[in-house]
Write a protein that binds this ligand. Sequence first.
Ligand SMILES: O=P(O)(O)OC[C@H]1O[C@H](O[C@H]2O[C@H](CO)[C@@H](O)[C@H](O)[C@H]2O)[C@H](O)[C@@H](O)[C@@H]1O
Ligand SMILES: [Mg+2]
Length: 264
Amino acid sequence: MNLQPELTPRLPEGRWALFLDIDGTLLEHAAHPDAVSVSEELRLLLQTIERRLDGALAFITGRSVAAVDRLFDPLKLRTAGLYGLEHRLAPGGPVEAADEPADMAALADEIELELASQAVYVERKGPVLAVHTRAAPHLLARATKLVEQALERLPKGYRVIAGNAGVELMPLEAAKGAAIRRFMDIPPFAGRRPVFLGDDTSDENGFETTNAAGGISIRIKPRGPTAARHVIADVTGAIGWLQANFGNLAIETGRGEARRSRGP
Ligand SMILES: O=P(O)(O)OC[C@H]1O[C@H](O[C@H]2O[C@H](CO)[C@@H](O)[C@H](O)[C@H]2O)[C@H](O)[C@@H](O)[C@@H]1O
Ligand SMILES: [Mg+2]
């Protein structure tokens, strides 16, 4: 873990493969998962980058591929959804998906009933369950406890991971690093150098994979130690950095700015 990741470099010319987290990296967090929206400028920027990288761009996200498609409609980019339990390896292509374990929905029902608060949102994502407490921060500890108790009732092979203002329950194989490796094995990613931008605990594993592959790992708005070697202060800075390095369109970047210092 780096205590002080500092440099977010201007990338040299090269054959890059770009992996992007969505919430907290491309989109500012909102009160509810459905309360975010994608601007036309961001859509256009991603389309441009995808073309410039000959397709070597993929979302690596905790959202399902279906949820990502709704957000970015009509764009249907290469995507690893549900932390890599789902993959769309070609734009607009079929989605490979993991099966939902039979008891996940029942666990979701129980947690929902226990918290019995409109301010807590239980997001059912098939094999992954997210409990969101952004609107009720005082319930985070209680929600975490309930999810940990649910974990004990599941067969081996699951874990609990802190979300951004919430907590998620998922199979062990749901890991962003594995999702990045899956893309890196196939065209148009194979033979390129990975760049991964993320903002959260679940992205740390993706940073490690990116570092091991000799790539560039960038954490947005770090709140503590991170495996990422570089940081960017906020979403606006991340979009500005992407635009400067991969895009050719003017896009409103607002207040954020990438910080520079130590190299990889
Ligand atoms: O891996 P990501 O692309 O960053 O997705 C992580 C989770 O993002 C969403 O939840 C988070 O964003 C919401 C909208 O800003 C916010 O309301 C919530 O508090 C955040 O945790 C999404 O709903 C989850 O399914 C993703 O796993
Ligand atoms: Mg994120």
